[in-house]
Design a protein around this ligand. Sequence first.
Ligand code: KG4
Ligand code: ZN
Length: 332
Amino acid sequence: MYVLGIETSCDETSASVLTGDFEVLSNVVLSQDEIHAPYGGVVPELASRQHIKSIDIIVGEALSRAGVGLSSVDLFAVTQGPGLIGSLLVGLSFAKGLAYYFKKPLAGINHLEAHIEAAFLENRDIPFPSLALLVSGGHTALYFLEQRLSYRLLGKTRDDAAGEALDKIAKFLGLGYPGGPVIQRLGASGDPGAFPFARPRMKDAPLDFSFSGLKTAALRHIREAGIAKDGPRLADFLASFEEAVARALVGNLSSAVDEYGPQSLVLCGGVARNERLRARFQEYAASRNLPAYIPSPKMCTDNAAMTAALALEKFGAGIPFATDLDLDAYPR
Ligand code: KG4
Ligand code: ZN
């Protein structure tokens, strides 16, 4: 059995071929970072136009690297939402066309579930119940996983997502886009304790996140200490801000562990590539004697292998798919 996954929720055009036993035969990701970098963030209209230009090339490349022909694909999987509506529609329309022509089922996949699936794709034996911390450019959320394919939302961000906060501070300082990797690189040599940040806490919902307060505190430090792109304290400031974001994330995870007593911990989403966050997460898990799972860096950011894997998992669980040409994209 072969599954072809397609992912175009934001600014990566990706296609991937998996075998029925979750072997990733190909996972091609074309980033649009260079297109959006001059604007300091994703420009939705440019993103969807670029997806239109790239989609058939990327799908063709994924099939050829896998050595699989389109007519051998048994199941098509595509990100249905959440994401940028124009971008989603490109992948969805393309996948519908393929499923219709080849008369094969089409699975519409939730992008957030797919990010969590990335951890299971690389670790088939994660113990349940598990707590998953999902940290991406657009979402920051904590889920309780009772078993496979069961997700209970425990907390989410009230304002910015963690990745968005990193991206905005990087943009403000003129460091480029995406902000997370730049902050990691330029802050690597800095002192994470140089600038104080208070941990954000939501009194009424302690598992919810908020990054607007950290962002405001960061802007105040920038103003008061005269932080600038080529200034001497840039590395210290970036390390401190990154540390504050990582600690805020792990802080909520820790509260959820106290309340829910999971058997394992999962960290996923694009910001899970961040080395400081990975380290804080691992340290915390070790301190609680919990097995911890983080996808490999390439599996953290948007890619179609996780989309295909989730479709395969659902298919294996007996969830029926048809070639549904009414399938619609949803932005949130
Ligand atoms: O999950 P993702 O690829 O896209 C969404 O679904 O949003 O996440 C993209 C986010 C961006 O905000 C980017 O700055 C962040 O992931 N990111 C990182 C790193 N690599 C990507 N953040 C911190 N450190 C990194 N190394
Ligand atoms: Zn994503």
